[in-house]
Design a protein around this ligand. Structure first.
Ligand code: GLU
Length: 293
């Protein structure tokens, strides 16, 4: 039995961190610290088209400046592609993945033709076009060098796992059950790998939370819906379900979500402007004392 709480912060090094990241990391750190548990930092750098080593280095520097400390070694997802490939392979062998050759444009056109989502793709799920291709056509198109993504057949995946209802617990929202219809409507057949990004966030985050024995996932409530999908993935691999605490997102005075490119100064710029770590913690509403200030 796991007696100690293990939390993690799992930023993606796609830019410099802002106060929203400090808030999320601070919550994960305090939850572990206050319970005498362990706090891990994981660098989620699988998206090799957007992640940069200098941003990863800046994460370590900014977090150390804020008074956070974490266990070594830091897991960097980009060093573990073989593990994610093995997980993908297991899904493929069970017939739960299929290659999708559609371009973004084709998907948008299909969705528009079906009368949904006039503004395009966001908010409407993939209509499943390539799910119905035969084995021969798939093999021929792959052999011909056509680019493809691997999608999870959500309906098949739901049928494959026997333990319905799948449940999880959120500290704020209480007991939750995964609803297959909502997964199908909210996510559809999600992409788990594509040519330039060999494994997706959804797969890697569940893989690593299980591997690292995370018992409590703290993260922003923008990912609340994703937890339904994550529970399904956990069930497919027999990975344990951690507890979740989805927290509010920090907003600007006008109610916008903080985003580096739009409205949120980077922590390092705040530091250069003379703001102290204690000042950052106060600004995000966490007690600086929890971080040694
Ligand atoms: N890499 C993800 C992010 O930065 C982690 C989200 C999570 O905590 O699951 O949004």
């Amino acid at each position: 039995m796991q007696s100690d709480i293990v939390t993690r912060c799992a930023p993606s090094p796609t830019g410099y961190l802002h106060a929203g990241h400090a808030y999320a990391a601070g919550i994960a750190f305090l939850r572990a610290r206050q319970a005498g548990g362990r706090f891990l930092l994981r660098i989620e750098d699988i998206d090799i088209t957007r992640c940069r080593p200098e941003f990863a280095a800046a994460i370590l520097e900014d977090f150390a400046w804020l008074g956070l400390s974490w266990e070594q070694p830091v897991r960097r997802q980009s060093q573990h592609f073989a593990e994610y490939a093995a997980a993908l392979d297991s899904l493929r062998q069970r017939g739960l993945l299929y290659p999708c050759f559609c371009t973004r444009k084709q998907i948008q056109a299909e969705i528009a033709a079906a009368g949904h989502a006039p503004h395009g793709f966001e908010g409407a799920v993939y209509p499943g076009t390539c799910r119905h291709l035969g084995a021969t056509e798939r093999a021929e198109r792959i052999a011909a060098g056509e680019a493809y993504a691997l999608r999870l057949d959500i309906a098949a995946a739901c049928r494959h796992t026997g333990n319905w209802p799948l449940r999880w617990h959120d500290e704020e929202a209480g007991a939750q059950s995964v609803m297959p219809e909502l997964l199908a409507q909210g996510f559809g057949d999600v992409v788990l790998a594509r040519k330039e990004i060999p494994a997706s966030y959804h797969l890697c985050v569940c893989h690593d939370d299980a591997l690292q024995g995370i018992t409590l996932v703290t993260r922003g409530n923008d990912l609340f819906g994703a937890t339904h999908l994550h529970r399904l993935l956990q069930a497919l691999f027999d990975w344990p379900a951690p507890a979740y605490a989805h927290h509010r997102l920090l907003l600007t005075d006008s109610g916008e979500r903080l985003a580096k490119r739009r409205n949120a100064p980077a922590l390092r710029d705040l530091r250069a402007a003379g703001i102290t770590p204690a000042g950052i913690w106060q600004q995000v509403g966490l007690d600086p004392g929890g971080f040694g200030f």
